[in-house]
Write a protein that binds this ligand. Sequence first.
Ligand code: 0A1
Ligand code: ZN
Length: 886
Amino acid sequence: MEAPKEIFLKDYKLPDYYFDTVDLKFSLGEEKTIVSSKIAVFPRIDGSTSPLVLVGQDLKLLSIKVNNKELKEGDYHLDARRLTLVSPPSGAFTLEIDNEIYPHKNTSLEGLYKSSGNFCTQCEAEGFRKITYYQDRPDIMAKYTCRIEADKSLYPVLLSNGNLIEQGDLEGGKHYVLWEDPFKKPCYLFALVGGQLESRDDTFTTRSGRKVSLRIWTPAQDLPKTAHAMYSLKAAMKWDEDVFGLEYDLDLFNIVAVPDFNMGAMENKSLNIFNSKLVLASPETATDADYAAILGVIGHEYFHNWTGNRVTCRDWFQLSLKEGLTVFRDQEFSSDMGSRTVKRIADVSRLRNFQYPQDAGPMAHPVRPHSYIKMDNFYTVTVYEKGAEVVRMYKTLLGSQGFRKGMDLYFQRHDGQAVTCEDFFAAMRDANGADFCNFLLWYSQAGTPSVKVISSYNADAHTFSLKFSQDVPPTPGQPVKEPMFIPVAVGLLDSSGKEMPLTSVYHNGALQSLASNGGPVYSTVLRVTKREEEFVLSDINERPIPSLLRNFSAPIRLETDLTDSDLFFLLAHDSDEFNRWEAGQVLARKLMLSLVSDFQQSKPLVLNQKFVHGLRSMLCDSSLDKEFISKAITLPGEGEIMDMMDIADPDAVHAVRTFIRKQLAQELKTELLSTIESNRSSDEYVFDHPSMARRALKNIALAYLAALEDPELTELALCEYRNATNMTEQFAALAAIAQNPGQNRDDVLADFYKKWQHDFLVVNKWFALQAMSDVPGNVENVRKLLNHPAFDLRNPNKVYSLVGGFCGSPVNFHSKDGSGYKFLGELVVQLDKINPQVASRMVSAFSRWRRYDETRQKLAKAQLEMIMSTNGLSENVFEIASKSLA
Ligand code: 0A1
Ligand code: ZN
């Protein structure tokens, strides 16, 4: 095995050769599949005859021809990873390659593989090289045809990208199809599916009047569960036309659901392949969260047709060009389909709980990484979610119309091209004549900026000053940072809670008017660009309470000088709903940290009554959106609190969070009970915001109450469990009961499995719930579940539920006896032989080991070292484990 090699952005070179057309032929078989490719090659520089290097992995080369002539040994060089044509002809030429692959043995789930007996592909990022020898890089864009031949009874459905232009029967019970994709594409967007599938069919008429056939393919028995996916697809197609003026460009759009898939889904041109989990839903089997995820991901993959496919990435370092932008687009889509504030809260929570820790750990990397060993390891919350925040900042700075102008120019300039993050930046800038000063640093500097703000009111001058200071922490390879360009959205509240008009701001020695169309504004975006900087707002007639970083206008950690009473005031009055929630979270974080310190000093824990009162008013405020209330009464996650500590103490954080939850349940018992009463409904399940909000509020109330371990309340939860007519309420009741160890827990868990054992997606929820449990010594249960007949290490969803779920449970994974770490260490080694991508995702749970106390550090480090010493370790796991130890 070659030593893992690091690849650097600074080494990017244009390819020496381009491909014009690619004609692929597949003969699908049980023991082997034969792949033939015919590629029209031309040199980038006329007359150049430099070697043509193709990559390939796990392939058996059968033959290679140039301009119809078979090459002999010596004309080419072959090793485990490369096929090099030593001296290709000068000028354009035709290259033909035949090779063999073995999809039934492919457990890595990249390239061509089998899932439940069907053939499917996953080529992003570098899986095409497991299909045939190719220049497997996104700046090679070509037009493809794909002929597929297979046994007709075993594989009646044969799909690829583009349009079906020919099909027919062949001898020996076989048949064939020929697909043609009229759009140029990089090979990572190639897809093939072959199997026994049926489709739900529908149509969408684009705004220019073209009728598009929509097909969602699954095994026959799952078809009834594809209605919501179809609804989501049509909604996404309409939304992209309405909001971005983007129309679908072919007459056919296919989605295929497969049970074995490493990620969520893949945007292959006109043939999206999805993890079944993100397609199949019925009220009885899927929760509101599943429905929402399906809507978002169907939207995401569809939106890639323009942001990713029509305009793609020059190289993999630019991944956020398509992913950050497309996540931003799917976030906006979901916001428009539901509640904007609630969606923003969910997205910011995700960023704080997952991206901030990554940005502060050994795997911290910029939105556009500078280097990688395995690209698969960079499909991260930083590239996706922080990348989406970067795109959102353009919109915050430019406004909706300015942002749209930038998008229009981006497509006008780059349709059909493979481009970079600078190209996107330039389109936004040029379309608006904007001055973005050092905004590009968001792509190159890792780490979450910390911003402090000190406010002061001058009653004589009627001015209000905000003094900002910022600091970006060091990250691996980047010890010293430049100050960033941070848009801070601000509004001011007067003592009655009303918004105050903002007329002008004094900054950098100049007074700037804020009035718009002659009238005052009530919110403005301050452009903080220096290490230290002051803004002075004028005509402020009383001491205001500032509402800062409205709608979370930048992905930073903000420290303010707001007092608790200011925060309670904002919680009650801020017109920026996001900041109302945020005020409650800041209070909760402060409270939790101070109780953690009490806990560590063995002091008695006492809950601040003002906090209880604040939550009570939210709970009882009938003018508020119910899902907003459910978010407002949810405490920050344990990870978020540990992230704020010098030495993360999972036991203390868990004990404190549990204490507060129980205390709140006790004090708000009456209100919580009446919340449950008034939010029951016997109506049929509907996926709309009011119904989901109602269920969310009822479910969180039940979770609080069941935490009390009071027999009457447990009985209430059991009742809810038995009477539930949809998975959202049934699973919430199950989870509420399962919080507490004991007979009731064992009984409902057993009952739930019995009810749902035939449905693998529901069984995964059952695995996850048990895996995440904080019942003492849970590692033993999880070990047992590994041997459960429904578990299978080869299926990523099952691993994510059981192993991933366990690593997300702070108390048991971080158990001080090291049992959790040992469990994961052994599992990673075993899993790495089956599926390196999944193993590497799992090993990431170790990456923040230095955040814990010495005992835990030693135990986790020992497991990482054990993993590193394993023979034949994959590059995927090697990269994460070695960087974690560095
Ligand atoms: N581009 C897809 C995600 C994806 C990435 C990598 C994969 O395999 C390594 C699979 C899917 C998306 O953003 O949806
Ligand atoms: Zn994507």
